[in-house]
Design a protein around this ligand. Structure first.
Ligand code: EPZ
Length: 436
């Protein structure tokens, strides 16, 4: 298995230069499933080349979708659906595969999708998805780990669906289904993450009738058919925030391009409270580390526009070196502190009680052998490694390859000492530091 070897120092070598942010993984995945809604081609530009994207491409191919992935442009054409079953061996690799359910029901009136199961950060139930589909007339039969869903005779019908808790995936699944349902669907307490706004914008380009985009109430008037579209995928706000923290924690200054601070309203406030300056530029912003010590800041994760749960681990890494004590409360997932024991092995001083972690700032960290446990935790370990004394080895980095395009070369491009090892062999070609 691949590993990263990171060489840090105390004080850390500041990361300096430019990083171009890739398209959003969490926008790309639902957008790809939207291709099932039409028999015409959809072309996505700014599409990140990630393991999760390739995994979903394989599933869509299984359903009969033709795909053409050239550089960062992906064209998908679902001329006809060949297979209505999303098999366990594909769905278990990437839970967002569950997002094929809504489009298949809308287009074909039936689908058999493996229950995605849980993952390291939580049980990840799908009850809110199923509640919504049942309100649209779908009969659901769960058998041997599969959801066998059938739309009513005349197809899905519109419904008012009020979510008891905000769910990104359930909002996306039902939004896509509603575009071809008979009548009007109203999603109340819908998630309004930028990735959902991006999905809605693409669906509207395809001919969908959606009101309330960007708000927590979405009203969708079903239409007969949807057409193809050309759609640029929004920037990955989680990658954006991750590299902004990397600048802050290493005492550096990084210009992030092909992105926007507008995608991260609460994160911006929290990071600025640490003493980091975030200066908007044309096409992005510059993240500059605090001139003095990192200030401790308390955060609580919440659905958009609150602090993103996917940036919780990164902020915690920064807080390990703050001048004082901070707390981080994780309200979205029940088990998203797996980076805590790994950071503590590097000399951090973090304790947890239920959903709250208390971080007492220390003067420096020490390199250690650490392990990636999920998609977002390991980036916090890379940052800690860049600022730690000595060498850090990070194993199980397949988690990172799911969600961060070209990660080690982006970090090397701003002066970070990180190297990928495959079976003990260094892999990184020398790379020109990004020119201004
Ligand atoms: C999406 O997951 C993202 N994944 C996650 O990013 C992100 O952390 C999460 O939204 C929250 O922002 C993608 O977009 C592919 P939810 P999703 O449904 O849709 C509960 C990453 O790192 N819930 O908003 O699965 C659930 O247990 C990933 O890129 C139900 O109870 O998240 C959780 O506590 C990790 N029943 C909360 O809602 C349901 O039917 C939020 O989940 C669905 C969800």
């Amino acid at each position: 298995m691949d590993k990263f070897r990171i060489i840090g120092s105390v004080p850390p070598k500041p990361l300096r230069g430019k990083i171009r942010i890739s398209g959003s993984k969490n926008a790309t995945l639902p957008l790809m499933t939207a291709a099932l809604l039409t028999d015409q081609s959809i072309k996505f530009t700014n599409c990140p080349r990630l393991v999760d994207v390739f995994t979903l491409e394989t599933l869509l191919n299984h359903h009969g979708v033709e795909s053409f992935f050239d550089g960062n442009t992906m064209t998908l054409t679902a001329s006809r659906i060949k297979d209505h079953c999303a098999p366990y061996e594909l769905v278990r690799k990437m839970r967002a595969s569950f997002l094929v359910l809504g489009p298949l029901l809308a287009r074909e009136g039936k689908a058999s999708v493996s229950l995605p199961g849980g993952c390291a950060i939580g049980s990840r139930p799908v009850d809110l998805h199923l509640m919504g589909f049942e309100k649209m007339g779908v009969t659901i039969d769960i058998d041997q780990g599969y959801i066998n869903a059938t739309a009513p005779e005349g197809g899905l019908h519109g419904a008012e669906i009020a979510f008891p808790t905000v769910s990104v995936g359930a909002t996306e699944n039902l939004l896509m289904a509603a575009t071809l349902a008979k009548g009007t669907t109203k999603l109340v307490n819908a998630a309004c993450e930028p990735e959902i706004t991006d999905l809605a914008r693409c669906l509207i380009k395809m001919g969908a009738k959606i009101e309330g985009v960007g708000t927590s109430i979405l009203t969708i008037e079903g239409v007969e058919k949807l057409s193809g579209a050309i759609h640029p995928i929004i920037a990955d706000r989680i990658e954006t925030g991750s590299y902004a923290v990397a600048a802050a924690i290493t005492g550096g200054e990084i210009e992030l391009t092909n992105t926007s601070l507008d995608l991260l309203p609460t994160f911006k406030e929290s990071l600025e409270a640490t003493g980091t300056t975030l200066t908007p530029t044309k096409g992005g912003f510059i993240a500059k580390a605090p001139s003095g010590k990192i200030q401790p800041v308390d955060i609580t994760t919440a659905p958009y526009p609150g602090y993103p749960t996917d940036l919780q681990a990164q902020f915690m890494a920064l807080m390990t070196l703050a001048e004082g004590t901070s707390t981080i409360t994780e309200t979205i997932f029940e088990n998203r502190f797996m980076h805590v024991p790994e950071l503590n092995r590097m000399g951090a001083n973090i304790s947890t009680s239920g959903r709250t972690a208390t971080i007492k700032g220390v003067d420096f960290l020490k390199g250690a052998e650490v392990m990636a446990t999920d998609l977002r935790a390991p980036i916090s370990l890379i940052m800690a490694g860049l600022t730690a004394e000595g060498e850090t080895t990070l194993s199980r980095i397949y988690h990172l390859d799911r969600g961060y395009e070209d990660i080690e070369n982006k970090i090397r491009g701003v002066g970070g000492n990180i190297e990928r090892y495959k079976n003990g062999e260094a892999q990184n070609r020398e790379r020109e530091t990004e020119t201004a």
